[in-house]
Design a protein around this ligand. Structure first.
Ligand code: HGY
Ligand code: MN
Ligand code: MN
Length: 382
């Protein structure tokens, strides 16, 4: 991440942005507006990613925002633009996503700072090891001079490709629940323990995993994923005494998602009881669905049309920092088509001509915002 910060900071500084790393590890580049007290537009995305990932999820949004500033060629707008490269959006290391963007909304709290990774290192210690001071986190919070947040991001799904649209605009971001389940049985010898005398934690976890898939298939628009399973002691010739699994559940409607989670918890308890196991779960995230800002959606659709493309409004199944920022500033997202709909995988890609369209759209959007009477009113309020 230090290398990534260095690389992008050089680009930001070259176009006259003031660059800093805040205490939550977010890279922040501020490109001043025409007046010193001008309110600011936030742009950006996250710089972290997932294991064995592609090369575009998150970072493309930061690079596109820097490219937009570059394309201004020194022109100053009636507002400043702050480009943010968020840290720890995916939640891979500590199990909880949006750590960096929560610092901007004042939600990086003590509980989150104490969360530990698989090696027992807390978020607080990780921040210190990175060379930052957690005491400074309050200074990462947004001021009240921001009138909006716009995030470019790959769609990460098949919709825009199927509709032959290079660019889409996000209506809303689906809510998501993330939980950890632990099934506990009794480790025993794989060779001497008859089948009817076993308390096999992996067998119970496997039965529940197929129940997760079965239940999700019954509910339109719901997705549920067991992405990680770890067993103890983890030896070929030992019946597993413990199995820990992650669960990720998403849906555009919060009540559908939360009801599905309750059902899956009940299903786990029923399977455990029948098999003489115990099961517990820990809710890591209960993130509500978030609607994007109607004014920015409208302006983005106009900007997409000016590039000669027809915009497509859609719900994002993937979570994004925009859903956290939306608590403090009107937020919106511009999606780029994802060839093959493949993401969180090395085959993730984006078409160069779609990136060119995105920059063109971004420049139209900045010009529209610069001359928008609605925005003048908003900026006065910011
Ligand atoms: O998992 C997600 O929703 C995204 O990749 N952060
Ligand atoms: Mn991702
Ligand atoms: Mn992402």
């Amino acid at each position: 991440m230090h290398d990534c910060h260095r690389e992008i900071a050089v680009w930001m500084a070259a176009i006259g942005a003031e660059v800093r790393i805040d205490a939550a590890g977010n890279l922040r580049g501020f490109y001043a507006g025409a007046e010193s007290k001008a309110p600011r537009l936030l742009m950006g995305s996250h710089l972290d990613t997932v294991p064995n990932a592609g090369a575009y999820d998150g970072v493309l949004g930061v690079v596109l925002a820097v490219a937009l500033l570059e394309a201004l060629e020194g022109r100053r707008l009636p507002f400043g633009i702050e480009v943010v490269g968020f840290s720890e959006e995916e939640g891979v290391r500590f199990g909880v996503p949006f750590v960096g963007s929560r610092a901007l909304t004042g939600r990086l709290d003590r509980e989150l700072l104490e969360r530990k990774d698989s090696r027992g290192i807390s978020v607080r210690s990780a921040i210190e090891e990175f060379g930052l001071n957690p005491q400074e986190i309050p200074r990462a919070a947004l001021g009240n001079d921001n009138f909006g947040y716009v995030e470019f991001h790959i769609e990460q799904g098949p919709v825009l490709e199927a509709r032959k649209r290079p660019l889409g605009v996000v209506d809303a971001i689906a809510g998501q629940s993330r939980l950890e389940f632990t099934f506990v049985g009794r480790a025993n010898h794989a060779g001497t323990t008859p089948m009817h005398l076993r308390y096999d934690a992996i067998a119970g976890a496997a039965e529940w995993t197929t129940a997760v898939e079965r239940e999700a298939n019954k509910i339109s628009g719901l997705v549920a994923t067991v992405g990680k399973i770890e067993a103890k002691p983890g030896a070929t010739n030992v019946i597993a005494g413990e199995a820990r699994l992650t669960l990720d559940v998403r849906h555009g409607l919060d009540q559908v998602r939360t009801r599905a989670v309750e059902n899956l918890i009940r299903e786990a308890e029923e399977i455990a009881r029948r098999r003489g196991l115990s099961v517990s779960q820990n809710i890591m995230l209960n993130q509500q669905a978030v609607s994007m800002d109607p004014f920015l959606i409208y302006e983005i659709e106009q900007a997409i049309r000016k590039t000669g493309c027809e915009p497509h409004r859609m719900v994002s199944g993937a979570g994004h920092d925009a859903m956290i920022l939306a608590e403090k500033v009107p937020a919106a997202m511009i999606f780029l088509r994802t060839p093959g709909g493949i993401s969180h995988h090395p085959a993730e890609s984006v078409a160069t001509e779609d990136v060119a369209k995105a920059i063109e759209c971004g420049l139209h959007l900045l010009d529209q915002l610069a001359s928008s009477p609605t925005l003048q009113r908003r900026m006065c309020r910011a």
